[in-house]
Write a protein that binds this ligand. Structure first.
Ligand code: GDP
Ligand code: MG
Length: 391
């Protein structure tokens, strides 16, 4: 048993929680309250609209002498980022759905709940936020509205906890509820590490001998990885070759592992992680490897620009105020797919009942039965229209 700063991190129960809900309902403020960390650190990226990233924050919860390590993933607020929310759902064990008491159930509240349902994330805590802004009477009215909204869904029996994230009221109740969530069974077998971010952690001007290797941030979906392991990262680095973009897998060695602020030797599923590697940090800077998958050398399938998917469409388009029916998928149509931490656009080249074949702009590592989200561009917005799995 290795203790790090007095905490037995490697043997602690791990839980990954997605925080979802309509924009401005208080997700980031709530996360700050519970973890002491601001996750909204990607505003510059968002402004440029180039990359879409998930925010991470961790905390150790304690109850009756027991400890639990909880990683939170802050769903991006903007509606266009729904696909990322869904890909985040590939790695979450449970979710907190934030609903502001003064605004009630909004289009994204619905969309996120349906997405969770599609991904079978059925452990949900509902946080009724901003109770400081409403009268007792209206808080109760809103509570009834939420009850009505979740009727017949996976969140039907979820606890609804009134809080004020801003005024720091009732946060303890949420901590308690997080302790009541059952830890899912972790899958054994070959490790699958989903890269959500990648960095160059060196300050400009650092001497070469003091340089840190490239860092990968993300989540182990299954299996274990330890310091010293030789890993392979796919699709890897993109390169331009005679007007075509090709991807080259990279091999490297793990030199250290961080879980939040703790340094560990071995990591298992659940909770976000950072691996330092022997890679030249130039290769990992600015999230260049985000969306990749890593495993032990030789254990990943070949990357592919063409995949087959089994899919289902939601009856209604999600995320819009007005309800519209989902039109069937069409041959040649461009769709947005989110698989694990990758988001890529693809063209449908074959449709057969509940199966499609898609030509992808960015290749993926096609791991059988991985679930994915399907979005379609409707009046300039990518809207979630269904889900599926890799065949
Ligand atoms: P997000 O878009 O869901 O991440 O929402 P934010 O956490 O960014 O919050 C949106 C706005 O609501 C900010 O101005 C917060 O200060 C405010 N806010 C968040 N929680 C509360 C609350 O409990 N009470 C009040 N009055 N305002 C809140
Ligand atoms: Mg936010």
């Amino acid at each position: 048993m290795i203790k790090v700063r007095g905490e037995d991190i490697e043997n602690m129960e791990m839980l990954n929680i997605g925080v979802v809900g309509h924009i401005d309902h208080g997700k980031t403020t709530f996360l700050y309250r519970i973890t002491g960390k601001f996750t909204d650190t990607h505003s510059e990226e968002l402004k440029r609209g180039i990359t879409i990233k998930l925010g991470y924050a961790d905390t150790i919860l304690e109850k009756d002498g027991k400890k639990r390590y909880v990683s939170f993933i802050d769903a991006p607020g903007h509606e266009m980022l729904m696909a990322t929310m869904l890909s985040g759902a590939a790695i979450i064990d449970a979710a907190i759905l934030v609903i502001a008491a003064n605004e009630g159930v909004k289009p994204q509240t619905r969309e996120h709940l349906v997405a969770l349902q599609a991904k079978n994330v059925n452990k949900i805590i509902i946080v009724q936020n901003k109770i400081d802004l409403v009268s007792k009477e209206n808080a109760l009215k809103n509570y009834k509205e939420i009850k009505e909204f979740v009727k017949g869904t996976i969140a039907e029996n979820s606890p609804i906890i009134p809080i004020s994230a801003q005024q720091n009221i009732n946060i303890e109740e949420v901590r308690d509820a997080l302790f009541d969530i059952e830890i899912p069974k972790r899958e054994k077998g070959e490790p699958i590490f989903l890269v959500a971010r990648s960095f160059d952690v060196n300050k400009p001007g650092t001497e070469i001998k003091n340089l840190h290797g490239g860092v990968l941030g993300g989540v182990l979906k299954k299996g274990e990885l330890k310091v010293g392991d030789l890993i392979e990262i796919k699709p890897g680095i993109s390169k331009k070759k005679s007007n075509q973009i090709i991807y080259e897998p990279i091999k490297t060695k793990i030199t250290s592992i961080q879980r939040g602020k703790f340094s560990i030797q071995e990591a298992g599923p659940g909770g976000s992680l950072a691996f330092e590697t022997e890679l030249d940090p130039v290769l990992t800077k600015a999230d260049s490897l985000a969306g990749c998958v890593a495993s032990l050398e030789g254990k990943l399938p070949e990357i592919s620009n063409r995949i087959k998917i089994k899919y289902k469409l939601f009856p209604e388009v999600l995320g819009e105020e007005k309800k519209t029916k989902t039109e069937p998928l069409k041959h040649d149509e461009l769709i947005l797919l989110s698989v694990n931490t990758t988001t890529t656009v693809g063209q449908i080249i074959n449709i057969k009942e509940d199966e499609i074949e898609v030509d992808l702009r960015i290749p993926i590592v096609p791991i059988k039965r991985d679930s994915l989200g399907l979005a379609r561009n409707i009046r300039g917005h990518w809207r979630l229209i269904g889900w599926g799995e890799v065949l």
